[in-house]
Design a protein around this ligand. Structure first.
Ligand code: C2E
Ligand code: MG
Ligand code: MG
Ligand code: MG
Length: 286
């Protein structure tokens, strides 16, 4: 019967939809509790200076250990955190945890290591941002030069006047500002000149095709040349092979980050890395 069939289809469809909505709502309820339940944690991925082969920084990357769903990657909950505004308290927790950890490494390993924290657009728009950064630095006693904030092109281009004011407030604190995923969004060269940004992070989509992809090679070289012309440093993201690292070294790229040089890992693994000899791969490439 046609009528029955339609009804069944509708029921199937709506139950699938309900399941989707239910899990989304569950995710939101869960995310609200994630902070107080200690379900969020950070991993840290090393950033290596290409010339000296030293670890000069680490990027803090948040993960969520969900009691039912297991480990959830940031791309699967940061958008929800942005939508709900939960990114503000979550972001502050990330900032505080990363700064405390950087200070601890500094004391344990007697090595200054910069910690990079990703900032979403909503956090950047929060009028208390500079105050939050100041009080976290004050509480953790971390040298502001050892804190890097990663912004995206989209965040920076959104509202030019407000952006300049916020950037000026952050610059006055003395932290290190960088542009993440560079090349995937919109940038105005005029703003790049005016913003006091210290580094560009070339998006991994340009690095992944190297060395074969001649267009990505041209883009990578152009970004490095422009950055250096503007007295900015360059970080290549997503470096996975020795050939990529060798090519980036030839291009004069300053820093590299990627699975070849180290996966995102625990604070203890980073402490060992800072205390011990260079990662084997770097002594091989050198
Ligand atoms: P991102 O800031 O561009 O971070 C780099 C991402 O690339 C990380 O993914 C990292 O694990 C991955 N990656 C690193 N090396 C390689 C490589 O060699 N190959 C490949 N294929 N991937 C590599 P992850 O940890 O899943 O984070 C994804 C994104 O989530 C981040 O991209 C960042 O935009 C966002 N995110 C992570 N943590 C935070 C946070 O605390 N706050 C905010 N607002 N966003 C965060
Ligand atoms: Mg990043
Ligand atoms: Mg990012
Ligand atoms: Mg990136």
């Amino acid at each position: 019967h046609a009528k029955n069939c339609g009804k069944n289809n509708a029921k199937l469809y709506s139950s699938a939809l309900t399941t989707q909505i239910m899990s989304y709502v569950k995710l939101e309820v869960g995310l609200r509790r994630a902070l107080q339940n200690n379900e969020l944690y950070l991993q840290y991925q090393p950033q290596i200076d290409v010339r000296s082969a030293q670890v000069v920084g680490v990027e803090a990357l948040v993960r969520w250990r969900h009691p039912e769903y297991g480990i959830i990657a940031p791309n699967d909950f940061i958008p929800l955190a942005e939508e709900t505004g939960l990114i503000v308290p979550i972001g502050e927790w990330v900032l505080r945890t990363a700064c405390l950890q950087a200070r601890a490494w500094h004391q344990q390993c007697r090595r200054a290591v910069r910690v990079a924290v990703n900032l979403s657009a909503r956090q950047f728009k929060d009028e208390n941002l500079a105050q939050t950064v100041l009080s976290v630095l004050n509480d953790t006693q971390l040298d502001p030069r050892l804190l890097e904030l990663e912004l995206t092109e989209g965040t920076l281009m959104d509202d030019a006047l407000a952006t300049l004011a916020t950037l000026e407030a952050l610059r006055a604190i003395g932290i290190y500002l960088s542009i993440d995923d560079f090349g995937t969004g919109y940038s105005s060269m005029n703003y790049l000149k005016r913003f006091d940004v210290r580094a560009l992070k070339i998006d991994k989509s340009f690095i992944s095709g190297l060395p074969q992809d001649s267009e990505n090679a041209a883009i990578t070289r152009a970004i490095i040349a422009m950055a250096h012309g503007l007295k900015m440093a360059v970080v290549a993201e997503g470096v996975e092979t020795e050939q990529q690292l060798t090519l980036l070294e030839q291009y004069g790229c300053d820093m590299a980050q990627g699975y070849l040089l180290g996966r995102p890992q625990s604070q203890d693994a980073i402490a060992q890395m800072l205390a011990g000899p260079l990662p084997a791969i770097l002594t091989v490439v050198r």
